[in-house]
Design a protein around this ligand. Structure first.
Ligand code: FES
Length: 144
């Protein structure tokens, strides 16, 4: 079942909300379950993420992974943050049940979308491929 850390991040999620006048916003949905995560970022000098907030309309695993992801990427450069995979977030939470691993894709994908949005807004589309890595994703289960 769920680790204490997953339950803690689910019942007391960190960095919930939306940054006003964010530098980048990303929203992704899971077509299988319909859950949605939205992440907004503020980017400072040296491409460092100075603030990040999330809103998740979704299951407990999606909320917990979104919450943990925000804690892991604040203070990181865009490049470093883009490298934080859903697997790394799940590991930081002490693991997720295998059937719930796909839920961790939402937060990682929404962050990537927010970084992409920031780069597009800043006229830096040429850097998107270089900055955005494509961490491996958890496959969708046939049912959950
Ligand atoms: S993200 Fe939809 S069931 Fe977890």
């Amino acid at each position: 079942m769920y680790t204490d850390l997953v339950l803690d991040h689910f019942t007391n999620p960190r960095n919930v909300g939306e940054i006003e006048e964010a530098d980048g916003v990303g929203e992704v949905g899971n077509p299988v379950c319909g859950d949605v995560t939205r992440i907004s970022i503020a980017v400072g000098e040296g491409d460092v993420i100075t603030d990040v907030k999330f809103k998740t309309f979704g299951c407990g695993a999606a909320v917990a992974t979104s919450s943990m992801l925000t804690e892991m990427v604040v203070g990181k450069s865009l490049r470093e943050a883009a490298d934080v995979s859903n697997v790394a977030v799940a590991e930081a939470l002490g693991g997720l049940p295998p059937k719930k691993m796909h839920c961790s894709n939402l937060a990682a994908d929404a962050l990537q979308a927010a970084i992409r949005d920031y780069l597009l807004r800043s006229g830096r589309e040429a850097e998107i491929d270089e900055i955005l890595a494509s961490p491996p994703k958890a496959p969708e289960p046939s049912s959950h």
